[in-house]
Design a protein around this ligand. Structure first.
Ligand SMILES: Nc1ncnc2c1ncn2[C@@H]1O[C@H](COP(=O)(O)OP(=O)(O)OP(=O)(O)O)[C@@H](O)[C@H]1O
Ligand SMILES: [Mg+2]
Length: 418
C-alpha cells in the first residue's frame, strides 16, 4: 500500500523531527566511516607506512602522534589500524589490535590487563585474564603468551597516553622482542597525546628503546573544517541548512585552534536549538547560540570525574575572575576565596597546600595555566593561576553539580577588590 507522502512512511507518524535526518552522524562518540574522513590523506599515508610491516607479520614501527584536541588523531589511528588488520587478513596474516583509552585505564596494571582481555581468546589459548588477583608482571606474562600463540603481529594503541602516570608500560612493550618475552609475534605501539611536551617528560631509557616515528597533526583551518561538516550535512534534512551556516560553524570553531570536535558540536547544537525554537531552518543566529553550548560541552568533558574539592578550587578561581577585572591570581588569593566558598557549601576545608596541589593537577590537565611571576624589586616571585576557558563557562558547568548550584556567599559579604 502506498502512503502518498513521498515514501517517508505513514503520514500519521512523519515529521517527528523536521530538522535532523540522521542526527547520529553528529553525536559525540560517533566514529565516521572512512569516506567521511577528509583532509588527512598525508597523515593517513604516513601512519600506514609505519604499520606496513605488520601486514607481512613483522614488527610495525612504533609511532607517537601529537596534536591539539580535535585534530583527528584518534580517528585516523582507528581508521589506519583497522585497515591494516583487514589488508593483513586478506593475506592470511593475523594482526591483533588493542585500542586502549588511557583516560579510562590510568594505571599500568589496568592497561596491560585490558590489552590482554581484548586480545585473548580463552578457548584457543587456555590463558585467563582475571579482573584481579594477578600482579602486574603476571598480566604481562599472560599477554606475551597470548600474543605469541594467536597473532603474527600486534598493534597496541595507547590513546591519551599522557594520562597513564607511569611510562613503564612503554618500556615493557618496546623491549618485549629484544628481551625475548615474545618470539613469534611482531609488536608495535602507537602512542597518542595532545600534550606537546609529553616526550620531554619521558624517561630517557624509554625514549631510546621506543625508537619511534613522530607525527604532528596540525590544527584544521576553517576551510578543512567546512569540508568535514559538508561531508556530514546529510545529518540534516534537505533544505534545512540556511546559506552560510556551515562556514560560520567553521569560523567559530577555528577561532582558538581548528578543532573538528568543536565544529561538529556547534553544528549539532545549532540544529537542536532550531528544533527547540520550532524553526523550520537552521540559521546563523542558531549557530551563534550554539557556540556557548559547545564550549560548555568541551569543558564538561575536560573536567569529567574530578573530585568535589578540585571543583571547589576551580570554582573559586572562576568566581575571582568574574568578580574582578584581572584574570590572574596567586595561590593565597584563590585560597581565601576557596575558604569562603567551601564554608558556603559545607565542604570540608582543605589546607592551602592541598588546594595548591589540586590547582597543580588541573594545570597538568590543561584546565588552568600556572606561571611564576617575575617578582618586582624587593618582592619574591610567586605562582599565578588563570583559567584557560572563559570563567563564565567554567562557572556554569561547575554549577551543574548540585553541591555548587546554590552559591550565596558572594551576595552576602562585602569583598575588597584585589
Ligand atoms: N579529518 C576528519 N574528517 C572527518 N571528521 C573528523 C576529522 N578529524 C576529526 N574529525 C571528527 O572530529 C572529532 C574529533 O576527532 P578526534 O577524536 O580524532 O580528535 P583527537 O585529535 O583525538 O582529539 P583529542 O586530543 O581531544 O582526543 C571526531 O568526532 C571526529 O570524527
Ligand atoms: Mg583523541
Amino acid at each position: 500500500m502506498t502512503t502518498g507522502n513521498d515514501g517517508e512512511g505513514d503520514p500519521l507518524f512523519t515529521s517527528i523531527d523536521p530538522i535532523f535526518a540522521r542526527k547520529q552522524l553528529l553525536k559525540i562518540g560517533h566514529i565516521p566511516e572512512a569516506d567521511r574522513i577528509v583532509g588527512r590523506d598525508e597523515e593517513i599515508r604516513k601512519l600506514a607506512s609505519a604499520l606496513n610491516p605488520a601486514v607481512f607479520g613483522h614488527s610495525p614501527n612504533n609511532v607517537l602522534i601529537y596534536g591539539k584536541t580535535g585534530t583527528g588523531k584518534s580517528l585516523c589511528a582507528r581508521h589506519v589500524t583497522k585497515r591494516c588488520r583487514e589488508v593483513a587478513s586478506n593475506q592470511d596474516v593475523n594482526v591483533g589490535l588493542a585500542f586502549i583509552d588511557c583516560s579510562q585505564q590510568t594505571t599500568e596494571t589496568q592497561a596491560i590487563r585490558k590489552i590482554g582481555k581484548i586480545l585473548n581468546d580463552e578457548d584457543a589459548t587456555s590463558v585467563s585474564i582475571p579482573e584481579s588477583g594477578l600482579s602486574t608482571a603476571q598480566y604481562y606474562d599472560r599477554f606475551w603468551k597470548i600474543a605469541d600463540s594467536l597473532y603474527d603481529s600486534v598493534i597496541i594503541v595507547l590513546d591519551e597516553i599522557d594520562r597513564i602516570a607511569d611510562d613503564n608500560i612503554l618500556m615493557q612493550l618496546s623491549r618485549a622482542e629484544e628481551a625475548e618475552k615474545i618470539r613469534d609475534c611482531g609488536l608495535g605501539i602507537i602512542g597518542i597525546s595532545n600534550k606537546i611536551d609529553y616526550k620531554e617528560r619521558m624517561n630517557e631509557r624509554v625514549k631510546s628503546s621506543l625508537q619511534e616515528r613522530e607525527y604532528i597533526f596540525a590544527p584544521y583551518d576553517a576551510s578543512k573544517l567546512t569540508n568535514i561538516m559538508e561531508n556530514r550535512d546529510d545529518a540534516f534534512k534537505d533544505g534545512v541548512l540556511e546559506e552560510g551556516v556551515i562556514s560560520l560553524c567553521a569560523a567559530l570553531a577555528a577561532q582558538e585552534h581548528g578543532d573538528a570536535r568543536k565544529a561538529i558540536d556547534i553544528f549539532r547544537h545549532a540544529g537542536e536549538i532550531a528544533f527547540e525554537e520550532e524553526s523550520s531552518t537552521v540559521g546563523e543566529r542558531h549557530v551563534r547560540a550554539a557556540q556557548e553550548l559547545a564550549e560548555r560541552d568541551r569543558f564538561r568533558e575536560l573536567i569529567a570525574g574530578i573530585p568535589a574539592q578540585a571543583k571547589a578550587a576551580l570554582l573559586s578561581l572562576a568566581q575571582l575572575s568574574i568578580h574582578n577585572k584581572q584574570h590572574r591570581f596567586s595561590t593565597s588569593e584563590i585560597f581565601e576565596e576557596y575558604e569562603r566558598l567551601s564554608a558556603d557549601v559545607n565542604l570540608e576545608r582543605l589546607s592551602e597546600r592541598r588546594v595548591y596541589d589540586l590547582l597543580k593537577e588541573q594545570a597538568f590537565l590543561g584546565v588552568i595555566e600556572m606561571n611564576r611571576t617575575g617578582g618586582g624589586r624587593g618582592q619574591g616571585s610567586y605562582m599565578e593561576h588563570h583559567l584557560v576557558e572563559e570563567p563564565t563557562i567554567v562557572r556554569a558547568v561547575l554549577q551543574e553539580d548540585p553541591r555548587f548550584n546554590d552559591l550565596t556567599y558572594r551576595d552576602r559579604t562585602h569583598f575588597k577588590l584585589w
